[in-house]
Design a protein around this ligand. Sequence first.
Ligand SMILES: O=C(NCCNC(=O)c1cc(-c2ccc(F)cc2)cc(O)c1O)c1cc(O)ncn1
Ligand SMILES: [Mg+2]
Length: 214
Amino acid sequence: TQSTRPQRLLGAVQKNATRGDPRSVVQAIDQFCRQKEWAMNVGDEKGCILDSVVSEVNPATVLELGTYCGYSTVRIASLLPPHAKLITLEFNPDFAAIARQVIAWAGLEDKVHLVEGASGDWIPKMTEQFGVKTFDLVFLDHWKDRYLPDTMLMEECGLLRKGSILLADNVICPGTPDYLEYVRSSPRYESQYFKSHLEYTKVEDGLEKSVFLG
Ligand SMILES: O=C(NCCNC(=O)c1cc(-c2ccc(F)cc2)cc(O)c1O)c1cc(O)ncn1
Ligand SMILES: [Mg+2]
């Protein structure tokens, strides 16, 4: 039977990356996506912006919406201080199954809690299920029409505190117009656009960094 693209991506990691070496896992995926098959990872160019924001925030609690194959999960988790926690939500069970193996290959399973299910169902349960009061950093990279409703839901559930950082992928391509309008016009956020390109292409895309002002 035919393999899927995530399965082939995992194969490239297992073939070309060193177990327990997150940077080699990231490099193996970027090489696969540039030389073999495009895949919707945040990628190396936007990944450097992600790295700099994670390093600046130095978060104790991170929520990632949209795991896909775990590329950004590995990038973020490899930069976290000891005892920091990354919770990543993935709706698609096939993506989740691959991501677990990619995260394990990088040796980061102790820092990452991958949860399968819909973000709208899980966000209200974060505190009771995982003992998280608020998130220092949220990386939005899931369905583009869920960025705004899930941000409003996080506000309502009290998961954001003064200074929490939202970092959103794909605000230009595929685009998240309603989310952009909201964080840029709301007095409760201070937003900044980081111009970049759609992963592995020359098409414009970027990350929007928004600080919740409380
Ligand atoms: O597709 C699910 N999640 C990925 C969301 N991410 C994206 O859709 C995404 C797309 C693109 C992209 C850009 C240009 C283009 F031509 C095609 C795709 C890039 C990105 O960087 C993304 O992040 C999904 C499935 C499912 O069954 N259940 C729950 N979620
Ligand atoms: Mg993306």
